[in-house]
Unconditional design. Structure first.
Length: 389
């Protein structure tokens, strides 16, 4: 199917998105009370996807968009991507297409835990991790990340104490980590997997940002001991900026876990994603790598702008993300509360993601800056920020 499309090079063109029913722009007034802000909040980018994608969507829209048949080539494209990008062997039968990463995590919670069970997460972390645990009547156990001189780290000693005392059934993992941008090393992942194996804790790994790394990413499934106790969930949507298509997949090498997950996914009707999303995913994983490599070079230069800005302002702190296009910035040096910081950013015409979204409402001086946009917009945002500093 996608062989008629040729790989496209990345172009740093950001079209006007106001009036396009974009949450990031048209939803700004509902979120911030103003619509005239510079948008650095929601985690989608402002770049057009590879040029063959609009052509593919136009072609598919001329067809009858009935219920899709899941072609084996869709699963094979995912397996091929894992092999080429990460050197990880994945059987195509282990791939289960779904209609969303968070909904897939919810399915895993419903299938493999019971109401009242305890589930571990490691904050700060993507806000829905908290809500899907609470929304499924499970209990949150937090193993907060530690900030050391070398960056954010997992506190494995504290995690083992939680396992010993609280007996959780599952750990929701984020790799690369959102919002800190930490890319976990192979050794760290091995230590985590062995700990989970010792205490019989199931790992559900959200790896939606795994292509957006400036250092090598190691999928959890690259750890041999993880393959029989891990549900890895990912998507091409962040990598190629098509999150509105609601396409994702779970990779589950264990036949027992896979059959149970797929049965539950069918019950809640997320195992038959939309036809256009399936076609786009296959095309991206077959033809999109050249575009992705160009994007990463552009994002790396944007990251350097923020790195230099933070270094030049002693009241700010931040560890340069090893992955994602998101910068977790600590404004604690301004000695303002979270709400006072939000008001200050509004004064500067900046829409940043509030840190409380990633801490389950706990007070924090952190905000997340999305630099997945044009270099000119990043510079404009930093100029506005510089004025209030």
């Amino acid at each position: 199917m996608s062989q008629i499309y040729q790989g496209a090079r990345f172009k740093a063109y950001c079209p006007k998105r106001q009036g396009s029913d974009s949450l990031k722009f048209d939803g700004m007034e509902a979120e911030f009370g103003r619509s005239d802000l510079l948008a650095f909040w929601v985690a989608d980018m402002d770049f057009l996807p590879p040029s063959f994608i609009p052509k593919l969507i136009a072609q598919k829209s001329r067809e009858v968009l009935g219920y899709p048949h899941l072609s084996p080539s869709v699963k094979e494209s995912v397996a091929g991507w894992f092999q080429r990008r990460f050197g990880v062997e994945v059987e195509s039968e282990a791939v289960i297409p779904t209609s969303g990463v968070v909904t897939s995590m919810y399915v895993a919670i419903e299938e493999f835990t019971q109401k009242g069970d305890k589930i571990v997460l490691q904050s700060p972390v993507y806000g829905p991790f908290f809500s899907i645990i609470q929304g499924s009547a499970r209990q949150i156990l937090d193993n907060p990340l530690r900030l050391s001189e070398s960056g954010y780290e997992m506190d494995l000693e504290h995690l083992e104490n939680l396992f010993l005392k609280e007996h959780p059934k599952m750990l929701l993992f984020c790799s690369p980590q959102n919002p800190t941008g930490r890319v976990w090393r192979h050794e760290e992942l091995g230590d985590l997997v062995r700990l989970c194996a010792r205490y019989e804790v199931l790992l559900v790994s959200d790896e939606i940002h795994f292509d957006l790394v400036y250092e090598r990413h190691t999928p959890l499934l690259a750890i041999e001991e993880a393959r029989e106790r891990t549900i890895l969930i990912s998507a091409p949507t962040k990598s190629f900026n098509v999150p509105g298509l609601n396409i994702s997949y779970a990779v589950i090498p264990s036949k027992l876990l896979r059959e149970r997950f797929e049965k539950r996914a069918r019950i809640v009707h997320i195992a038959r994603p939309n036809a256009i999303g399936l076609a786009v995913m296959e095309a991206l994983y077959q033809e999109g790598e050249e575009w992705l490599l160009g994007l990463l070079e552009y994002l790396k230069a944007n990251r350097s702008l923020l790195e230099g800005f933070i270094a030049a302002h002693p009241k700010l702190k931040g560890v340069a993300p090893q992955g994602t296009y998101l910068y977790w910035i600590d404004f604690g040096g301004l000695n303002l509360s979270h709400e006072e910081l939000k008001a200050l950013f509004l004064e500067a015409r900046l829409a940043l993601s509030p840190g409380k979204f990633f801490t389950h409402g706990r007070e924090t001086s952190h905000f997340r800056f999305n630099f997945g946009t044009s270099r000119a917009r990043v510079r404009e945002g930093l100029k506005c920020l510089g004025k209030i500093l």
